[in-house]
Write a protein of this length. Structure first.
Length: 170
């Protein structure tokens, strides 16, 4: 678990695969069925999410409505969903000597209202540190070209033209 010092105030923690599916679907593949973002290999992965400590000033409409209802005493506070605002999934591969030699991150997404606020960078940094701590010697991803600029800030090298594959040697 990690907590940042700036704004917005958030916490990063491990989550279950099913906690990633809603955001994966909404941000990455909204036009596909939900099953499209439910990976067969999810159970073998490590999943992390960013949780805002006080999301109320910037809650998306559907959550704002729920909070208003709660304030009116219509709902118990435990009914407010605590959804991550940013998610990432990490999958290891390797050989006999080191089964976690290579780490691949996938399905990285930040909820649009919170994009550009630093939570994605914090989450990617957290995932890379986790991977290295587990023994990874390289970290890579298949990235959308629209996110190339973001990954370049992390020293990830682009490979290929139409399709971007980033690899960070560490
Ligand atoms: C890519 C993504 C996960 C980054 O998360 P985020 O929470 O927005 O990232 P941050 O707020 O930490 O961004 C840090 C910086 O990178 C910049 N940045 C964010 N996304 C960027 C992008 N796609 N291209 C270039 N720069 C980007 C931000 O503007 C910010 O710049 P600043 O420090 O000068 O203000 C998020 O933008 C997203 O969900 N995008 C849509 C889905 C997607 O493309 N996912 C990646 C699939 S490979």
């Amino acid at each position: 678990m990690a907590t940042n010092t700036g704004l917005p105030s958030f916490t990063i923690r491990a989550i279950t695969p099913s906690e990633t599916h809603n955001l994966r679907h909404r941000v990455l593949w909204p036009h596909k069925p939900l099953s499209y973002v439910q990976l067969d290999e999810d159970d073998q992965g490590h999943h992390f999410g960013v949780f805002l400590e006080d999301p109320s000033p910037l809650l998306p409409p559907h959550l704002q409505q729920q909070q208003e209802q709660q304030e009116e005493g219509e709902k118990d506070s435990s009914s407010i969903p605590t959804e991550p605002v940013s998610i990432i999934s990490l999958f290891f591969a390797g050989d006999e000597a080191n089964s976690k030699k290579e780490a691949r991150f996938r399905k990285f997404a930040t909820d649009p209202p919170w994009q550009g606020r630093g939570v994605g960078s914090a989450l990617l940094r957290y995932a890379i540190v986790f991977a290295v701590t587990e023994g990874a010697e390289s970290v890579w991803c298949d990235a959308r070209t629209s996110a190339l600029g973001f990954y370049q800030r992390f020293g990830l090298d682009a490979e290929g033209e139409e399709f971007f594959k980033g690899m960070c040697r560490i």
